[in-house]
Design a protein around this ligand. Structure first.
Ligand code: ADP
Ligand code: MG
Length: 287
């Protein structure tokens, strides 16, 4: 494209709430084969709610105390839910977050963790068969499950529901029409990811991936063709950085804004389709 066409295009994009930090992104977007989406906070609204809790109040209060330090949407949901139920949160003596897995803390002398299977295993705990079976039922419906571990024992789980963004289906359909292959790369459990993929008509998806594994998959896909990665930046900064082009939806963190070539303000996914549409028009004008 001529520089002028690109400058004009960047200006027009900005009016639409798209911050194009890297003008080369426009050409890269058009050459891409895959459009890979993060799930939580990107295809879904990112404001999940706890729809069910299985466990005792004490374990919930401990888990919420740990999550109070987390900026992850699941953490925010757990804290809100626990406070509504009257839980008294305590200040953790220690805290650590394991991206793509969950959080760990020491609260009132107890060792507390909340997160997925990987976190449970990492804490040396086992999920009793009965609890696992119950959790699986929610997962099969597309919910996310986070187990609570206290002093090495699984004490319960929260079921978190996150609505698919209303514009997501339309965006996926437009991308397909333009010849891109949509993909989901998520840290959430494969079963929950499959449900979201099915609802959106996305045939290719990966679940249970850590932030680094997400980046690895992006690199693998790049062997087959260009990859646009779209994420909210919570746990997906490495994938954003590994893609030919990273698009950060702006409910995301500062990390995402650093990593993305394009930043979509106000987290509206339809802006992603608009960006590609604008890019197509710019390139046409430049020819
Ligand atoms: P996604 O790729 O769908 O955006 P993430 O990589 O952010 O998902 O997280 C992957 C999984 O790790 C979540 O589905 C959840 O099981 C677990 N997890 C991550 N952070 C937390 C947290 N703060 N509390 C509980 N579980 C968490
Ligand atoms: Mg996410």
């Amino acid at each position: 494209a001529t520089p002028l066409a690109i400058v004009v295009g960047v200006g027009r994009a900005a009016e639409k709430g798209l911050l194009i930090k890297n003008p080369e992104a426009i050409e890269k977007a058009l050459r891409a084969k895959f459009v890979a989406f993060d799930k939580t906070g990107t295809l879904t609204a990112g404001a999940p709610k706890v729809v069910k809790y299985v466990g005792d109040e004490h374990a919930l209060a401990l888990a919420a105390s740990a999550e109070a330090k987390s900026s992850h949407p699941i953490g925010v949901a757990v804290v809100e839910f626990a406070i509504k139920r009257g839980a008294k949160l305590a200040e953790p003596e220690a805290y650590d977050t394991f991206p793509g897995m969950g959080v760990y803390a020491k609260v009132n002398g107890a060792v507390v963790g909340i997160g997925n299977e990987k976190l449970v295993e990492g804490m040396g705990a086992e999920i009793p068969g009965e609890i696992r079976r119950e959790a699986e039922r929610y997962r099969a419906e597309g919910y996310t499950v986070a187990y609570i571990v206290v002093d090495g024992r699984v004490r319960g789980f929260v079921v978190v529901g996150d609505e698919i963004r209303q514009e997501a289906r339309d965006v996926v359909e437009r991308l397909k029409r333009w010849g891109y292959q949509p993909v989901i790369i998520s840290g959430d459990h494969e079963v929950a990811v499959a449900k979201v993929a099915e609802r959106l008509g996305i045939g290719k998806y990966y679940g249970g991936k850590t932030p680094d594994e997400k980046a690895e998959i992006v690199k693998e896909l790049r062997k087959e063709g260009g990859v646009i990665f779209i994420g909210d930046g919570i746990n997906d900064a490495p994938a954003l950085a590994s893609a030919d082009m990273g698009i950060a939806v702006a409910t995301g963190t500062e990390v995402a804004k650093e990593a993305g070539d394009v930043v979509v303000r106000r987290g509206d996914l339809s802006k992603v389709a608009e960006f590609i549409d604008i890019s197509r028009k710019i390139m046409k004008n430049a020819k």
